[in-house]
Design a protein around this ligand. Structure first.
Ligand SMILES: Cc1cc2nc3c(=O)[nH]c(=O)nc-3n(C[C@H](O)[C@H](O)[C@H](O)COP(=O)(O)O)c2cc1C
Length: 193
C-alpha cells in the first residue's frame, strides 16, 4: 500500500526529459497495453492509440503541442530535453459513448506504469485536433483527444500545499524546480455526514 501511495505521489507531470534515454517501440507498446486494464463505460472501449517513437514524427508532432500554459515565458523543452516518445490517444467516434472518463483512467494507468519504470510524462490536451489528424493521416472517425509525452524525467517537480483555492498556478523557481500547488484535503471535502 505504501508503495502505491509513493507511486501516485511520484507520478507528476514532467515536461523536460533526458533525450539520451530513448524509449523503444516495445516499451511504448507495453505502456499503451496497460490501457486495456482501464475501466470503460459499457465496456465500449472507444480509445485507440498511436505509438510515436521515430525521430521524424516526434519532430513533426512536437511543434503542434502547447506546453505549460502558466509558464508564459517558456516555449517548451529545448532540444536535448524533449520527449523521446508519444502516445497519441484517439477517440473512435464510430463507437458510441463519452471517452473522457476512459481516457482519464487509461492515461493514469500509462503514467503510473511509466513512473514505476523510471520514466515519466505529461498529458497534453493543448493542440489543434485538425493538425494532428492531418499529420497522421487519420480517418475522420478518429479524433485525437490527448497526447501523452514520455521520456526519462530531467527535472525536479515538487508538490506544495496551496495557500487558498485560487492558488493553483504552477511555477518554476530560479533553480529550475517546478512547483505545483495542490489544495488541502479540507478544501476538497464538501461535508461529513
Ligand atoms: C486532461 C489534462 C490535460 C493537460 N494538458 C496539458 C497541456 O496541454 N500542456 C501541459 O503542459 N500540461 C498539461 N496537463 C498537465 C497539467 O498541467 C498538470 O496535470 C497540472 O499542472 C498538475 O500537475 P501534476 O500532473 O504534476 O499533478 C494536462 C493535464 C490533464 C489532466
Amino acid at each position: 500500500m505504501e508503495q502505491l501511495t509513493q507511486l501516485m505521489k511520484d507520478c507528476r507531470s514532467y515536461r523536460r526529459f533526458n533525450e539520451k534515454r530513448q524509449i523503444t517501440e516495445a516499451e511504448l507498446e507495453e505502456l499503451a497495453g496497460l490501457a486495456r486494464y482501464a475501466g470503460s463505460a459499457r465496456n465500449a472501449q472507444p480509445l485507440r492509440f498511436l505509438l510515436v517513437t521515430s525521430a521524424e514524427y516526434r519532430d513533426r508532432l512536437f511543434p503542434l503541442l502547447g506546453w505549460a500554459g502558466y509558464l508564459t515565458d517558456w516555449k517548451g523543452p529545448e532540444p536535448g530535453e524533449r520527449p523521446t516518445a508519444y502516445i497519441v490517444c484517439l477517440a473512435d467516434r464510430g463507437i458510441t459513448g463519452d471517452p473522457a472518463f476512459d481516457l482519464g483512467i487509461a492515461s493514469q494507468n500509462i503514467l503510473l506504469a511509466a513512473t514505476a519504470r523510471g520514466l515519466g510524462g505529461c498529458r497534453i490536451a493543448s493542440f489543434s485536433r485538425a493538425k494532428v489528424q492531418e499529420l497522421f493521416g487519420l480517418a475522420e472517425n478518429l479524433d485525437p483527444i490527448l497526447v501523452i509525452a514520455l521520456g526519462e524525467p530531467a527535472e525536479e517537480v515538487v508538490i506544495e500545499r496551496s495557500s487558498d483555492p485560487s492558488d493553483i498556478k504552477y511555477w518554476r523557481d530560479g533553480s529550475g524546480v517546478h512547483h505545483v500547488p495542490k489544495l488541502g484535503i479540507e478544501d476538497l471535502i464538501g461535508g461529513r455526514f
